[in-house]
Design a protein around this ligand. Sequence first.
Ligand SMILES: Nc1ncnc2c1ncn2[C@@H]1O[C@H](COP(=O)(O)OP(=O)(O)O)[C@@H](O)[C@H]1O
Ligand SMILES: [Mg+2]
Length: 525
Amino acid sequence: MSKSRLQEQILELETLIRARYPILYIVSWEERKVDRLMSHIASRRSKKVYTWSYTQGIQAIGAPPDPSKAKSSSTRDPAAALDHVLVSNESAIFLFKDFHPFLTKNNFAVIRKLREVSQAIKNSYKTLVIVSPVLELPVELEKDITVIPLELPGPEEFAELLERIIREVRDNPNVTVRVDESSREKVIKAAMGLTLSEAENVFAKTIVADGVLDSNDVSAIFAEKQQIIRKSGLLEYYDASEDFGEVGGLEALKDWLAKRARAFSDEAEQFGLPAPKGIMLLGVQGCGKSLCAKAAASYWKMPLLRFDIGKMFGSLVGSSEENMRRAIQVAESVAPAVLWVDEIDKAFAGVSGGGGSDAGTSSRVFGTFLTWLSEKQSPVFVLATANDISNLPAELLRKGRLDEIFFVDLPNDEERHEILRIHITKRKRDAAKFDLPRLVKAGHGFSGAELEQAVISGLYDAFYAGGELSTEGLMVALEETVPLSRTMQEDIDRLRAWAGTRARRATPVAEADMADESLKRRIEF
Ligand SMILES: Nc1ncnc2c1ncn2[C@@H]1O[C@H](COP(=O)(O)OP(=O)(O)O)[C@@H](O)[C@H]1O
Ligand SMILES: [Mg+2]
């Protein structure tokens, strides 16, 4: 039997402890799991385990919290606690919980002391383990501390947890539990991506509610998971109802996506097709990149998970690695799924350049993402969009990471015609009653979003004037708008030049060349 991920993790930790790595830093929310891991390792190596917390100071693991200690314990002070570790001559693991607030920049005394501890205990049988959901790693300590991300629980751990809860509930004379065996596995799969304590709450809640573990619980757990994930603010289930009929132009891209509708099926796998990895949609703002992401997911009938990578870097820098791995696991647990990384360029601004410890975190997190991207086996299709290339790290664009890079340009004549028709029709007007060729000409240089805005503003004007939407009204709206492409001409030219040799066009080339001569000239400069 192959080793479970939990066993592998235990072995890895044990090896580090045996090799006398002085300070380990486990990034995790799951203190109880870390408690158990450490106790397990300690008993195998005949070591003691002590815990430290700001409220209790140092005490033997498992000792109940003692409110009177809150005032008296001499080891509550972080520096005093480290002194205690220094002078102790036991063979022991010291598990420091939530030590991260004392590792921020201005705690120079604690940081210095930690360096000294690191030096001093290298040749002892003592190990200092920090466990915290937040990674706070001062530069001074980078060489002394080994950071270990704790894996999210795997199926075996959820199975064990579920067993325990069912047993506990069964012992209660007021509850009868009926277990529908076929649901057991589905329940476990539905929990993937949660932490053990989150899963414990969800399992208990759904089982106790009706005394039955059945397929209803699968959807309840799924719903809970959506809640929890939404709260974390990283992934969002996006209920996509858009379809390709709403996307004007971009025929080559639509074709590519449509061809892969069945690529995630068992049939395709048996046929020998590898599951598509993902694509990057690069191009001018407002030209339908996000729209295509939504349309693709609903066409493929796969859940669309919007991954707010910018938020991840922005708000929770310290625990970003944890969050990244979590987002990936959640996506894999609902696979086949589309992982939509919108405006990835904004998130990765500063990954390649810039200094400081934030850049360090960002590039580690980015590394996690890239590694996953090249090694992933699960049918999670990554759909990244970007408006600019200057911030995009080259590693992301390297062949093999993604299937294709598509360049989404401003719509050509034919595409503007389509887009206008779509948006006029969407507003319940008959497109045949408008002089579309005239509008197409007036809308030269407009993005899809700007054309849509013109239709909307034309509608407003007509409404207030007590009239009806007309070609004339739309002409006025178009003439009043200065399209972004006029003010951002240089940026667009730069993007085109870059994409010219490196990306595939979302609009078929022949069509683009024939339809828009001026565009062709600009591309070939
Ligand atoms: N090719 C298009 N066809 C139809 N509508 C479009 C197109 N491009 C943009 N739009 C309209 O503009 C809106 C914004 O476009 P979006 O997809 O968010 O642009 P991007 O992600 O490329 O910046 C869309 O929701 C849609 O209403
Ligand atoms: Mg967008």
